[in-house]
Design a protein around this ligand. Structure first.
Ligand code: COA
Length: 398
């Protein structure tokens, strides 16, 4: 059977950053609650001329520059912070990237799981047409109400994947574990710009979905826990991955390290290190990027672990509501790309810091689609949301 998987990958962040120590000082919280209790240090926050489309296009651009557009006949865009009820965000990205006309473009939605659904659809397309390549973009702005428990777990980011036969980075294995459960843990009504969340329920629903999809992976001939070298999790906040790791260790009886920080790693004893700390390096600084989160974890692992060639990675993808999947893949030799680690670090370091008052003002800013609008020029990304004309969103290359 043809090997199919992730041939290339790139991450993009939003223009601004809010340091969670500042947020803690503002609302009188012990900063340790955010840094240790939630495992989050910062959150990316979009400028007024950024959104899921500009971030998604920015993530995909370097992939096209490296690989060209030849063979790309499908662009799948996953998001749960969509900007239109009808038009797929990927259609705007298609134009911004200058892709040829003979491409199918569509949008995937199921909370944070949508990117994994798109990846599996892409693998299906490539298995039928092995000469084709599929661009999969996961892009989101995670936004909860000001002063709510979810506020410190906001964030923004996009990850683009190029899916192909004979991939250079990760071959995705056919066996997979699935789990769906109709639960009201998190959703965003059509008339709300922020998500509604039952935090405690979302944590327990995530953990139940993890064991449920793991059991299904086992029932479908997937590898046992001893045959998986690294484990990655969807990270609404990085401490959630630690909770997941602890649950999986109990469920399987394996001795897996739950060290999420460098300090915890130093005291982890003999427990098996499966990359919990390494896989959280980007998400700790991005905040929740919803559909992109599990792929940001993959990027962090690929960029910071020198011993991955031939190793098997397990990836747990969870989307509230809920749908989840436990998939596995093996890392190809020659996967390491130091230049990407440097690019991501530079992009994260270059974000423009926000004071809490500025962040709160931006958070509350809503552009009604009924008025034409020119957005201020703020972003330094390759693409910008330039405004509204006749209720239609306008985008341009900077
Ligand atoms: N120092 C260190 N840790 C501290 C602390 C301090 N001073 N104060 C609190 N903490 C810890 C708590 O013990 C807790 O850790 P635990 O979960 O390991 O027990 C953690 O910080 C969170 O605090 P808690 O008071 O339990 O939660 P909260 O009411 O602030 O809400 C969420 C946390 C995640 C439920 C909330 O941020 C949320 O709703 N997020 C959005 C939904 C989400 O991301 N769900 C995840 C599944 S999709």
């Amino acid at each position: 059977m043809t090997s199919i998987g992730i041939h290339d990958l790139e991450l993009a962040t939003a223009h601004h950053v809010l340091d969670l120590t500042r947020l803690a000082e503002y609302n009188g919280t012990d900063p340790a609650k955010y840094h240790l209790g939630l495992g989050q240090d910062q959150m990316s926050f979009p400028a007024p001329d950024e959104d899921i489309i500009t971030m998604g296009a920015s993530a995909a651009l370097p992939i096209l520059e490296r690989n060209g557009a030849e063979g790309i006949r499908t662009l799948l865009f996953a998001t749960e912070s969509g900007v239109d009820q009808s038009k797929a965000a990927g259609v705007s990205v298609h134009r911004l990237l200058g892709l040829p006309r003979h491409v199918r473009v569509t949008e995937f939605k199921q909370a944070c799981y949508g990117g994994t659904a798109a990846l599996q659809a892409a693998i299906g397309i490539v298995s039928r047409f092995p000469g084709e390549r599929v661009l999969v973009i996961s892009s989101d702005v995670a936004r909860y109400a000001l002063d709510s428990p979810g506020e410190p777990t906001q964030g923004a980011g996009a990850v683009a994947l190029l899916v192909s036969a004979d991939p250079a980075l990760v071959e995705i294995e056919p066996a997979t574990g699935l789990y769906t459960d109709d639960v009201d843990d998190f959703w965003r009504p059509n008339d709300s710009s922020t998500a509604v969340v039952d935090g405690a329920l979302s944590v327990s629903a995530y953990l139940d979905a993890l064991t449920g999809s793991w059991d299904d992976l086992q029932a479908h001939g997937g590898p046992g826990i001893a045959e998986i070298d690294r484990l990655l999790y969807h990270q609404p906040f990085t401490k959630m991955a630690k909770k997941g790791q602890q649950r999986l260790a109990r469920h399987t009886g394996a001795d897996l390290s739950a060290a999420l920080t460098a300090a915890e790693q130093a005291n982890a004893g003999d427990a098996r290190d499966t990359g919990l700390f390494t896989g959280s390096i980007y998400n700790r600084r991005l905040g929740n990027s919803y559909t992109a989160s599990v792929f940001a974890a993959l990027a962090a692992l690929l960029d910071h672990d020198d011993d991955l060639a031939g190793r098997r990675i397990g990836m747990f993808s969870y989307g509230s509501g809920s749908v989840s999947e436990f998939l596995t893949g093996t890392v190809r030799p020659g996967y390491a790309r130091r230049d990407r680690a440097e690019r991501v670090a530079a992009a994260l370091n270059a974000r423009a810091p926000l004071e809490v008052a500025e962040y709160r003002e931006l958070h509350g800013r809503v552009f009604p689609s009924t008025q034409d609008l020119e957005t201020p020029r703020v972003t330094s990304a390759p693409f910008r949301f330039s405004g509204l004309l006749g209720r239609a969103r306008q985008y341009e290359r900077r």
